[in-house]
Design a protein around this ligand. Sequence first.
Ligand code: NAP
Length: 194
Amino acid sequence: MVKLDAVNPASIEEATRRVEEQLDGSGLNLVINNAGIFSDVSLATVDSEEMLGAYKTNVVGPMLVGQAFLPLLKKAAQGSSQKGLSCSKAAIVNISTVLGSIERVPETFSNPAISYRCSKAALNMLTQCQALSYAEDGILCAAVHPGWVQTDMGTQEADLPVDESVRGILTVLPTLSEKHSGSFWSWAGKTIPW
Ligand SMILES: NC(=O)c1ccc[n+]([C@@H]2O[C@H](COP(=O)([O-])OP(=O)(O)OC[C@H]3O[C@@H](n4cnc5c(N)ncnc54)[C@H](OP(=O)(O)O)[C@@H]3O)[C@@H](O)[C@H]2O)c1
């Protein structure tokens, strides 16, 4: 276990250094950007501090982590004999949410969560940009919605126990290939519109 504060560049740098030591010359195959924050705010209650805080953790963090681990991901891709892109070769998976889908807003707006959904929509954009930028390095990039999960964030009223969501995600990831880079998946293996 290596500690990493995803909004602190010095902490990310320290974590990459420690991971590199652990890898002992090998590359890193998979980065999952899971850290995220949620606030139950509407347009009537959200303020700039709340927006910027959500953006920092939910978008800037995954961007910085992707940049920092890029050399190790590239190394994994270069050292792999696999053709195309895959999560077992080299990949960045950004844990997003259906609340970040602009197309699905009319269905999901009963929970406005303005700062959360705007920051996750930006994370979805980041995912596409990473996919296009890092494809030439052999790195697959995708966004994944874990479902409504029984965590501190999701509460115990959520649909899914953590293990079911995680099992679903671990089933989806090995099915992703080159044609899926820059796409948005649910834990159940369905694509979600941006
Ligand atoms: N639960 C759901 O229903 C649901 C639905 C859709 C998407 N998601 C997404 O799934 C991911 C995981 O959420 P969760 O449900 O597990 O939420 P959670 O119960 O609130 O846990 C969030 C985790 O993120 C960590 N974290 C927050 N800021 C961080 C930072 N700056 N650096 C490092 N770690 C940080 C927290 O660490 P500390 O405990 O140390 O603060 C905590 O372990 C999030 O990206 C969330 O948006 C969740």
